[in-house]
Design a protein around this ligand. Structure first.
Ligand SMILES: [Mn+2]
Length: 383
């Protein structure tokens, strides 16, 4: 038996407000599906955040249908759970993945399905508030699943926060996964992990197929999915790197060497072998310069969005201010903000909830994206 495990495809995410980025998210998903078809796998599993939003546009729904049509034509079923991005409102609506069920998507958000002697159990994302309501542990749910599974290969699909990947989580895999499963596929954490064996189950986290928020760690680990071969009791997961990835050029930014930096970027762009135009990411501190100044320096080396040498320049910069005493403080020191928040809120649990929400909102690129998302997902914030 062989299958492909994909996660966090975030179909429909117009990162930086760009149509090109939305296309990138489709392209990598499509590449993973082509791989599955090529390998003639028995099935595909997807562990959540299939769509970026619980209200994908008609165009994005069509993209989803295209993906499913390809799998359907190849006779490959796909089993999916909803993630935090696409689970839909608990009270007002259903998951948008329900729209894809007639196209062949098999949604297993809460329960067990059997296919060809293989058992699939799925649990859609549960928020912190939801976890509290059920007593803080999801293990009893999984034990129920096991009771409803017969003899055969047992797969559990999750989209959940676990330690140590999410430091604020109270869930530990060792405590939550009961003995009895063969394969546990986990979505939500966007950095892929080496497979591990936990309570007898092979635990696999493929990460996301694209960068929803660029960071070096994710680049190092690569973007991809898992190809899993099962031979008797032996489970062999293999990480497959995606090739059609949009290049991201990442630089530690400093004002002192902006001219050298511009030259370096120019060189790095020239080294790229055709393909898609790169996204350039700057991380660091600003003192005197404005964004306009930076654009000016870069354009002297021909680096600009307008001239078409790059797709987008993304600033991840913090402005430093110098106080009278000559002490340099960083305006947006997260720690300082957290200390002040904690003082203002008082209640520790509520404070943690607020920080969690803030961190979630920080994964968006700008306030308009946040506004749009909250409009479409009115219950996205569970405090
Ligand atoms: Mn995700």
């Amino acid at each position: 038996m062989k299958f492909v495990h994909i996660s966090d495809t975030h179909l429909g995410y117009h990162q930086y407000g760009l149509q090109e980025r939305a296309q990138d998210f489709y392209d990598v998903f499509d590449e993973a599906v082509d791989f599955a078809i090529d390998k003639k796998v028995d099935f595909v599993i997807h562990t959540g955040d299939f769509f970026h939003s619980s209200r994908p546009s008609n165009q994005v729904i069509l993209q989803g249908i295209n993906i499913l049509q390809k799998l359907k034509n190849a006779g490959i079923p796909i089993f999916v759970i909803s993630g935090n991005h696409d689970r839909g409102s608990q009270v007002r609506d259903v998951s948008p993945l329900k729209i894809l069920e007639p196209s062949g998507l098999r949604l297993i958000d809460n329960g067990v399905t059997e296919y060809d002697g293989i058992f699939f159990a799925g649990l859609k994302y549960i928020s912190k508030a939801g976890l509290k309501q059920i007593g803080g542990s999801i293990k009893p749910i999984f034990e129920k699943y096991l009771e409803n599974m017969g003899n055969g290969f047992k797969i559990l699909m999750l989209h959940q926060e676990f330690q140590p990947f999410f430091p604020s989580s109270n869930l530990y895999l060792k405590n939550e996964i009961p003995e009895g499963f063969d394969y546990v596929g986990i979505g939500h954490y966007h950095i892929p992990q080496m497979p591990a064996v936990v309570n007898g189950a092979t635990v696999v986290q493929p990460g996301s197929t694209e960068f929803t928020a660029y960071n070096e760690k994710e680049e190092e680990a690569g973007k991809g999915f898992y190809y899993v071969e099962v031979d008797g009791k032996e489970i062999k997961p293999q990480f497959i790197k995606l090739s059609r990835k949009r290049p991201f050029l990442y630089y530690k930014f400093s004002e002192e060497n902006i001219e050298e930096l511009a030259k370096q970027i120019k060189e790095d762009i020239e080294k790229l072998e055709g393909g898609k135009k790169p996204v350039v990411v700057f991380k660091g501190f600003l003192k005197e310069l404005t964004y306009k100044d930076i654009y000016k320096y870069l354009s002297t080396e021909g680096i600009s969005e307008e001239e078409g040498s790059i797709l987008h320049l993304h600033f991840n910069l913090t402005r430093e201010v110098t106080e009278d005493e000559g002490l340099t403080v960083i305006e947006t020191s997260t720690e300082k903000i957290n200390q002040e928040l904690k003082r203002l809120i008082g209640d520790n649990e509520l404070f943690e909830s607020v920080v969690e929400t803030l961190n979630f909102l920080r994964t968006f690129d700008n306030i308009d994206e946040i506004k749009k998302y909250l409009k479409e997902n009115p219950d996205a914030i569970d405090i």
